[in-house]
Design a protein around this ligand. Structure first.
Ligand SMILES: Cc1cc2nc3c(=O)[nH]c(=O)nc-3n(C[C@H](O)[C@H](O)[C@H](O)COP(=O)(O)O)c2cc1C
Length: 197
């Protein structure tokens, strides 16, 4: 199927006016929207359709209390104000699902007994899935604030006891408080970041 380019309003919402949010209004996110976030993000492509990302959707005070001791001080108020904070993690055992999610051929043996390969694939594709979740949030009229200022070991200890799931980054999601929007910083120009070959 071929689609027409998105209209100007949609491009503003997703890219040109979309911004990282650092503070959020107390307005909650509808339950249906919380589910839709995942249902949309999981459709983004991953190698072998392996979908290694695992998400913890933190919406309760109790959940926030488990997370806050792991945060850099500057990130604490951001998490406190967000109606939803997502732990974007990746499953080192993602290949267990390959026979179900990838029907092309039996790809599971590629990752069995190859933990370094499995980790790099899980990290790469799990990171992409976190980005898909961020864009899904924008598409649904929400704003996102990704964060890497936290202690990975502490988050893993608080949320993932078995060791096979590892935290990648965190992301606040909600309706932005204008007070928490910083001016957009400069982006690298086309010629600086792109090589034409
Ligand atoms: C992976 C990642 C980690 C980040 N970590 C933090 C963080 O710990 N704390 C914070 O306040 N902002 C954090 N940011 C926000 C970035 O500084 C921000 O997205 C970037 O400057 C672009 O801002 P803009 O969307 O307003 O243009 C992070 C962003 C990403 C993508």
């Amino acid at each position: 199927m071929e689609f027409a380019p998105l209209n100007e309003q949609a491009l503003r919402q997703l890219f040109t006016e979309a911004h990282t949010a650092h503070a959020f209004l107390s307005r909650p996110i509808a339950e249906s929207t919380v589910r839709q976030l995942y249902e949309m993000a999981c459709l983004g492509p991953t190698a072998f359709n392996a979908q290694p990302a695992r998400f913890v959707f933190i919406r309760t005070e109790a959940g926030k209390e488990r997370l806050i001791p792991a945060l850099s001080p500057g990130n604490v108020p951001q998490v406190q104000s967000a109606p939803l904070t997502v732990i974007v993690a990746y499953d080192l055992d993602f290949h267990q699902h390959l026979p179900r999610v990838f029907k092309g051929y039996d790809a599971k043996p590629i990752y069995e007994n190859a933990p370094e390969l499995a980790e790099s694939v899980a990290f790469r594709n799990g990171t992409l899935q976190g980005a898909y979740l961020l864009m899904a949030a924008r598409a649904l009229g929400l704003s996102a604030g990704p964060m890497s200022g936290f202690d990975v070991g502490k988050v893993d200890q608080a949320f993932f006891h078995e060791g096979r799931i590892r935290t990648n980054f965190l992301m606040n999601v909600g309706y932005p408080d204008p007070a928490g929007m910083f001016p957009r910083n400069e982006r690298l120009g086309f010629a600086e970041a792109v090589t034409l070959a």
